[in-house]
Design a protein around this ligand. Structure first.
Ligand code: PEP
Ligand code: MN
Length: 300
């Protein structure tokens, strides 16, 4: 007999849907991640200046985003690359929230910085390179802020679920999973976007899932297409990099959309997001039919 998902992912028992019938909805300011409304998180890879951040915040908000993203502490592949503005970047993010009402998601890289970042951010991002840093996960979880947990670039779905379990074990139920592409033998793109991983996570876990087409693709022309695939796979939202002048961006310019490109993508995605609404209704009625003593079998 085939092993159940509960058996396969025995290290993450509380992350799996199992017999519990409610999906986690993460409240952030006036928004809800994992609820009926599709959520868009957008902004520059790195916070660079007040002008860059404010212009981007206004652009993404008027195009329909709910969250402003931007790194103040940057994990970089090269030790000589820009490492982020630190506290100054956090202050700019908080000012952008005050001005636009967007919620702020930003990365925390070190246990040492958790309380500082938690003071300014609405959601703490754990980056791909930190997904298995359990002491960072514990400290971030204990801050009480919701956590956006990015899948490690060399992590399996099982590894991601185990890291989510660490956060739950530390008393924080507000975990948002993020698929951002993984390393495979394919080198044409920056990473390989694991759309099936999103579908699987939505099938077996109760946590919201966000698709990050920017880091998955590495090239801006692919971002709208991967966003659409992420929606079709069942993602609750997207995380997208946007910059006023991507060619001059201090990090990840090649995968960043400019303002016009972002607004165009948001318009293009509308029918796909509407279709997702239909899917959700179907999922719910299926769910209602299968809740009760048989539900654990239904998802196994
Ligand atoms: C980012 O979001 O800019 C980032 C560094 O992402 P990741 O950790 O997925 O590489
Ligand atoms: Mn980036």
């Amino acid at each position: 007999m085939r092993e159940s998902w509960q058996e396969r992912f025995a290290d993450a028992p509380d992350v799996l849907l199992g017999a519990r019938c409610q999906r986690t909805v993460v409240p952030v300011l006036d928004f809800a991640v994992g609820g009926d409304e599709f959520v868009t998180m957008a902004g520059p890879c790195s916070v660079e200046s007040e002008q860059q951040l404010m212009a981007t915040a206004h652009c993404v908000r008027s195009a329909g985003a709910h969250f402003l993203r931007g790194g103040a502490f940057k994990p970089r592949s090269s030790p000589y690359a820009f490492q982020g503005l630190g506290l100054e970047g956090l202050k700019l993010l908080a000012a952008a929230r005050d001005e636009t009402g967007l919620a702020i998601v930003t990365e925390v890289m070190s246990e040492r910085d958790v309380s500082l970042v938690a003071e300014y951010a609405d959601v703490l991002q754990i980056g791909s390179r930190s997904m298995e840093n359990y002491s960072l996960l514990e400290a971030a979880a204990r801050s009480g802020r919701p956590i956006l947990l990015k899948r490690g670039m060399m992590a399996t779905v099982g590894d991601l679920l185990s890291s989510a379990q660490v956060i739950l074990n530390n008393g924080n139920p507000n975990v948002i999973l993020c698929e951002r592409g993984i390393r495979t033998f394919e080198t044409a793109m920056r990473n390989t976007f694991d759309a099936a991983g999103i579908a699987l996570l939505k099938q077996i876990a109760h946590l919201p899932v966000i698709a990050d087409p920017s880091h998955a693709a590495g090239y801006r022309e692919l971002v709208p297409k991967l966003a659409r695939i992420g929606i079709a796979a069942g993602a609750d939202g997207i995380l997208v990099e946007v910059h006023p002048h991507p060619e001059n961006a201090w990090s990840d310019g090649e995968q960043s959309l400019d303002f016009e490109g972002f607004a165009a993508m948001m318009t293009e995605l509308e029918p796909w997001i509407a279709l997702r609404g239909t899917g959700l209704r179907e999922q719910k009625s299926e769910h209602q039919r299968s809740t009760g003593p048989h539900f654990a079998e239904a998802v196994a």
